[in-house]
Design a protein around this ligand. Sequence first.
Ligand code: FES
Length: 111
Amino acid sequence: MEREIRVVFVHSNGRRECHLGRDGESVMDVALDNGVPGILAQCGGGCTCSTCHCYVDQSWYAKCGEMHPDEVDILSFTPNRRSNSRLSCQISLTRPLDGICIYTIDESDKE
Ligand code: FES
């Protein structure tokens, strides 16, 4: 299947990059496939590490769906958590998310 769902990553310095994902892939998958800085995903999407933490643009946040309790647990221990925090490995791409805007977090801010 062709990659057709756009994911826009915005970095803290204002740089933006747009990459394409497939229905069912996660935002983390798209980030890793394209070497997007700030999303390390050390547990490979297992929802156990929080190194894929990101901020979802407020206008897109509600479209990402409810968080699984495991994600809520992990985020409760994650530094720099905000109201629009998500684990990018838990955001599954669907057509309505085409163009989703994700703010990455510098490694220095994750300490
Ligand atoms: Fe580890 Fe998302 S990759 S929690």
